[in-house]
Write a protein of this length. Structure first.
Ligand SMILES: Nc1ncnc2c1ncn2[C@@H]1O[C@H](COP(=O)(O)OP(=O)(O)OP(=O)(O)O)[C@@H](O)[C@H]1O
Ligand SMILES: [Mg+2]
Length: 466
């Protein structure tokens, strides 16, 4: 039990941002940054064992299937992942496989962002079961970024710093951190350029992607998950983004990402490769041993072929040939890579009580609700003023709303009608057939509900990234 206490204490501090060690050191001749700190006690090691995932694993209780709307009907359960186990340490870890093989699902599960229904298995961080607040302790860069397009890169990063750094981090330190992230990601030349929309010309795709990474990097996380960080980027830009991630990995981070058809120059940056096919693992080991392993299985890569393209071709070929995929799966199960993971599993499953203790921990909010509200309002204001079409649509909506409200009080006889019966008449409460006004009121209410919903969705999206 002693080990449990030590472990749970360490768990709290592992991902804490060590602000004091990130100081803007003023020297006589120049200013120098100490690198963005990562708590040195964390190894940034993620292990996962026996991950099974069944989509639509939640059973809907619709007793009358004939009259049930289709979205309430039970959908057929589908197994997406089959008993995946593995281990990631600091470095660059690529998850590869043909489309629909389960890469994003595995990433979501590892980052604790999947609904628990239909999910089984264990995730360990630095040898201890991942706490329930794990998703707040890692960086997660989604494919559809949530960066604000009317703000500059620096303003976006400042927003992330303001809303996500703990309250005891001073304003100066936040600014310093933003400057450091900009420099780490090589974004100095475009830091004050608006990100850009379909209508406003902004930064390039690669710069935008790096800015999204920066939004997470602000928190100096040790572990990063990225879902297809190079999708939609041209070859040179994709390499720039991956090189940037590789530099972050060299600073001692664990970077886990899914990727489609990387070029050889990008493939060379990977430390390990995890190959999935139809939800099963076929390789989980050093990138440099990949070709050797597949040649042992009877698949040789031609001298000038890209290893990443080659293995995907092997997987597609194996899917088409009866028994070939099963042979590859069995070969992996017998391989030293899998045996190594199983050994780790045995070590880490020692104390089941420990898992229960640590997994009950919950995340603490980093800033107060008021501060959060303030920064979101500030961002929305900036966003509104820099987006003429948005202002125009809001003016039009306000005029329409004003007219609708005005209609309620239209023709009100102040002196002769002190009881306000005219208002009641206008809104249809005098039981006359003032159906149009009822409709107006209904529309007004729906619009208000809609606006609240929009605000709520935006808040949820921001909260999700915390
Ligand atoms: N909620 C769900 N219901 C039904 N099927 C699902 C659900 N979520 C995922 N799937 C299926 O699981 C499979 C794996 O999905 P996933 O998004 O993980 O694949 P992927 O490897 O990331 O694919 P891609 O390379 O196209 O991004 C797909 O066939 C997908 O259709
Ligand atoms: Mg995907």
């Amino acid at each position: 039990m002693k080990s449990a206490i030590i472990s749970s204490k360490r768990d709290d501090s592992v991902y804490d941002i060590d602000v004091k060690s990130y100081r803007y050191l003023s020297t006589t001749s120049h200013h120098k940054f100490v690198p963005l700190s990562i708590n040195s006690s964390s190894k940034g090691e993620v292990s996962f064992y026996d991950i099974d995932y069944i989509a639509n694993g939640r059973k809907m209780k619709c007793k009358c299937p004939n009259i049930c709307p289709s979205f309430l009907k039970e959908k057929p359960a589908k197994q997406i992942l089959y008993g995946l186990s593995g281990n990631f340490k600091t470095g660059m870890h690529a998850i590869m496989g043909s489309t629909g093989c389960g890469k994003s699902s595995l990433l979501d599960i590892l980052a604790n962002r999947k609904d628990r229904h239909g999910l089984s298995g264990q995730i360990f961080v630095d040898g201890s079961p991942a706490p329930s607040s794990f998703k707040y302790m890692v960086g997660y860069v989604v494919q559809d970024d949530i960066i604000s397009e009317t703000l500059t890169i620096r303003e976006n990063l400042m927003f992330s710093a303001n809303i996500r750094l703990p309250r005891d981090v001073s304003h100066v330190e936040r600014v310093e951190r933003v400057i450091k992230v900009i420099s780490d990601l090589g974004l100095e030349s475009c830091a004050d350029t608006t990100v850009g929309t379909e209508f406003i010309r902004g930064v390039s795709g690669g710069e935008r992607k790096r800015a999204c990474i920066g939004m997470e990097l602000i928190l100096a996380r040790k572990i990063f998950f990225l879902d297809e960080p190079t999708t939609g980027l041209d070859a040179a830009t994709a390499r720039k983004v991956m090189k940037c991630l590789s530099n972050l990995a060299k600073q001692g981070r664990t970077i886990i990402f899914s990727i489609h058809q990387p070029r050889y120059s990008i493939f060379k940056l990977f430390d390990t490769v995890t190959l999935l096919s139809e939800g099963e693992m076929l390789y989980h080991g050093q990138a440099k041993n990949l070709l050797n392993y597949f040649s042992q299985q009877g698949y040789s890569c031609e001298p000038h072929d890209n290893p990443a393209d080659f293995v995907i071709d092997v997987l597609i070929d194996a899917q088409e040939r009866p028994g070939a995929l099963e042979n590859l799966r069995l070969a992996y199960e017998k391989s030293s890579m899998h045996q190594h993971v199983m050994k780790l599993r045995k070590q880490q499953f020692i104390d089941v009580n420990l898992q229960i203790r640590t997994s009950r921990k919950s995340a603490k909010p980093t800033i107060s609700l008021w501060n959060e509200f303030y920064y979101i309002c500030l961002r929305t204001l900036k966003n509104t003023f820099r987006n003429p079409s948005l202002i125009l649509s809001q003016i039009v909506v306000s005029i329409i709303l004003g007219l609708l409200v005005g209609l309620v009080f239209f023709d009100l006889k102040k002196t002769t009608d002190p009881g306000g019966s005219q208002v009641l008449h206008n809104v249809g409460l005098d039981y006359t057939t003032n159906w149009d006004l009822w409709k107006n009121f209904f529309g007004l209410s729906m619009m208000t509900v809609g606006l609240f919903l929009l605000a709520y969705i935006q808040l949820r999206r921001i909260k999700k990234t915390k």
